[in-house]
Design a protein around this ligand. Structure first.
Ligand code: ADP
Ligand code: ZN
Length: 620
């Protein structure tokens, strides 16, 4: 099926105005906030730096101008493995796109180069090292260029976490092609990184577009770890049957164990960690991208280059090392803007384990100090009684005032209590027992239990013996956990889990500082009443809607398999959900759905309408 775009200046051809192309090609009715301004700017020939969260819609900001402006748009991306999928998605829209990287056989590379010379492409994706080859730069000199887009632009920064040396050379293209608009896009850029991108790519400060980092469609939940595998299973079965998701664990062993266990429980799950062969890893990743509803249980080795838009949940069975990591990992959920879950289990054991890893690391003192602070912020997030979104966004320096109504603390506010006296009791009990014992013994002393250990060390003689009968053992453990999380207490990880005080305790013991604790929920909380902000399109809720959704997913998978492309390039989940919600019966109605452009309408309209008809005729 051929589809070509009129490549006249936007003012002369009404078809080529941004809004028309948005509807015609991408099938969307409206721009997201700031997309339109960015696109106008690039269409006008100016440069831009776009900082938007994952799923914010960055690709459209360069794809659409590349379709409208004369010449080819050159998209630089470090993720070779994703180029094919991005090109497949564009081909599905009827755009003329190709990629060039080392994975492409030579003869095919020549074909693409010829297409470039013939002006037969709207977009070409290239790896940075490929772009900088002299012969390729010469080729670019000969042809019309619509724009340069630098994807994952933070890779140019030596301060960022994904520095790519080959990205440094990209500043060269700005010298060679000063008049071609350059649009750099990234989801992660703090102040220094942003400045470095601007400097290296010589982009003007007025071309910076930074939207907030909020991911409103993601619901954040942290639960206390009791029986983590069972808790995970309940979470998946209650909220995400048949959905694709990622489960992060700290160790390879646990990854293997949890993946095997989920399979035993009847869920499709595969492991992913650095200990697997690269072939195995690649095959598991491929399955995740190409199949519906697969769960990947992984260490942090899994993630870079996961562009699957319909990951419905990210679960953490262990606490990540920093809020940065947590936000990046959870950010892989819900790129398609549909409701998604970030769910985590957390315990005192996590605090102890993470501190141990840190203390055993060979990092220098300063580095350890920084990491320690990051870890404390992460535990602070776990224990917070405030809106979690607010805590995270404030951590990143963004003003946000909750409640968000889409995190556990907002949905079911946590009760807090003034624990100053309780904290003083625990701290002095630890002090008086010599800072040599673990939580269990400290609690026994507080409760006045005559255990063997108490007798052996004559702790019943202490003034703190039995001074804590107003709380239960579980409540005291919760107090200790929260004091450790807040870094009033440290668990000696080299020894036997003995707890000691930190400097921070002084003001509390002297009564100069109040301490508030969260009331942990009772073991079996009532089913939460869920009230989430309403997205434009909702995922199906009723069994009948769900059945139709599943049928459409299967159809999508079949169509994708026939063409050897990932399912979501046929239609994304929001478009399927819109089909379920609006139940179109004519091509005209079908064309109104978000995500249905002209080419997809022709290509898939009838076949999906047919599936909807069949489903409705078999409805009870
Ligand atoms: P990013 O690159 O910022 O992570 P994408 O460009 O992949 O995000 O966009 C995320 C999702 O949002 C995609 O499914 C995309 O098609 C969709 N999207 C982008 N812009 C719009 C829009 N204006 N209206 C509806 N959906 C959009
Ligand atoms: Zn909230």
């Amino acid at each position: 099926m051929e589809f070509s775009f009129p490549k006249e200046p936007a003012t002369e051809a009404p078809r080529a105005n941004p809004r028309n192309i948005l509807k015609l090609v991408f099938g969307y009715d409206a721009f997201r906030p700031s997309q339109e301004a960015i696109i106008e700017r690039v269409l006008g020939g100016d440069h831009a730096l776009v900082i938007m969260p994952t799923g914010g819609g960055k690709s459209l900001c360069y794809q659409l101008p590349a379709l409208i402006r004369p010449g080819v748009g050159v998209i630089v991306s470090p993720l070779i493995s994703l180029m094919q999928d991005q090109v497949d998605a564009l081909l599905q829209l009827g755009a003329r796109a190709a990629f060039l990287n080392s994975s492409l056989p030579r003869p095919k590379q020549r074909v693409v180069e010829q297409q470039l010379r013939d002006g037969a492409l709207d977009l070409v994706y290239v790896a940075p090292e490929r772009l900088m080859k002299p012969a390729f730069l010469d080729l670019l000199k000969e042809i019309d260029l619509a724009l340069f887009a630098i994807d994952e632009a933070h890779c140019i920064s030596q301060w960022g976490h994904d520095f790519r040396p080959e990205y440094l050379q990209l500043s060269e293209i700005r010298h060679r092609f000063p008049d071609v608009p350059c649009i750099a896009v990234t989801a992660t850029a703090d102040g220094p990184t942003r400045d470095e991108i601007l400097k290296r790519l010589r982009l003007p400060a007025e071309g910076v577009f930074a939207t907030g980092f909020d991911r409103p469609n993601i619901r954040y939940t942290v639960v206390l770890k009791k029986n983590p595998k069972q808790q995970l299973l309940r979470f998946i079965e209650n909220e995400h049957t048949g959905d694709a998701g990622i489960v992060y664990c700290l160790s390879r062993k646990k990854v293997e164990d949890v993946a095997a266990w989920l399979c035993e429980q009847g869920h499709e799950a595969v492991p992913y960690h650095a200990g697997l062969s690269s072939k195995q890893r690649q095959s598991n990743q491929e399955r995740f991208l190409r199949e519906e509803g697969l769960i990947v249980v992984a260490t942090i080795a899994f993630g870079m280059g996961i562009d699957k838009p319909n990951v419905r949940f990210v679960a953490h069975l262990d606490v990540p090392r920093s809020v940065e990591s947590y936000y990046q990992e959870t950010g892989r959920a819900g790129r398609d803007s549909l409701p998604a879950d970030a769910w985590m289990t957390y315990s005192l054991g996590d605090v102890v384990a993470m501190r141990k890893i840190l203390e055993n690391s060979n990092a220098g003192q300063k580095h350890q100090w920084v990491e320690q602070h990051k870890l404390n912020a992460m535990f602070g997030y776990c224990e917070t009684t405030a809106c979690r979104r607010q805590v995270v966004l404030n951590y990143f320096g963004e003003m946000y005032q909750g409640p968000c109504d889409n995190c556990d603390n907002c949905i079911q506010p946590v009760e807090t209590w003034d624990g100053t006296t309780a904290a003083q009791k625990v701290l002095s009990c630890i002090y008086r027992t010599g800072q040599k014992f673990g939580a269990g013994h400290v609690v026994d002393v507080l409760l006045g239990k005559e255990t063997d250990k108490v007798q052996r060390f004559r702790h019943s003689r202490l003034s703190t013996f039995g001074i804590g009968e107003e709380l239960t053992a579980t409540e005291w453990r919760s107090v200790i956990r929260q004091l450790v999380a807040a870094d009033y207490l440290r668990v000696d990880v080299a020894g036997y889990g003995s707890i000691r005080l930190t400097k921070a305790c002084g003001p509390v013991l002297k009564g100069e500082q109040q301490v508030f604790f969260r009331k942990d929920p009772k073991p079996e909380p009532k089913k939460k009443k869920v009230k989430a902000p309403k997205p434009e399109i909702a995922l199906p809720q009723t069994p009948d809607d769900r059945a139709l959704f599943d049928a459409l997913r299967t159809l999508r998978l079949d169509l994708a398999r026939e063409q050897g492309v990932p399912p979501y390039v046929v239609f994304n989940d929001s478009t399927l959900a819109a089909m379920v919600q609006y139940r179109p019966h004519t091509l005209d109605e079908f064309s109104n759905l978000s995500g249905v452009g002209e080419v997809k309408l022709q290509r898939y309209g009838e076949i999906f309408l047919e599936a909807i008809r069949i489903h409705e005729s078999t409805e009870a």
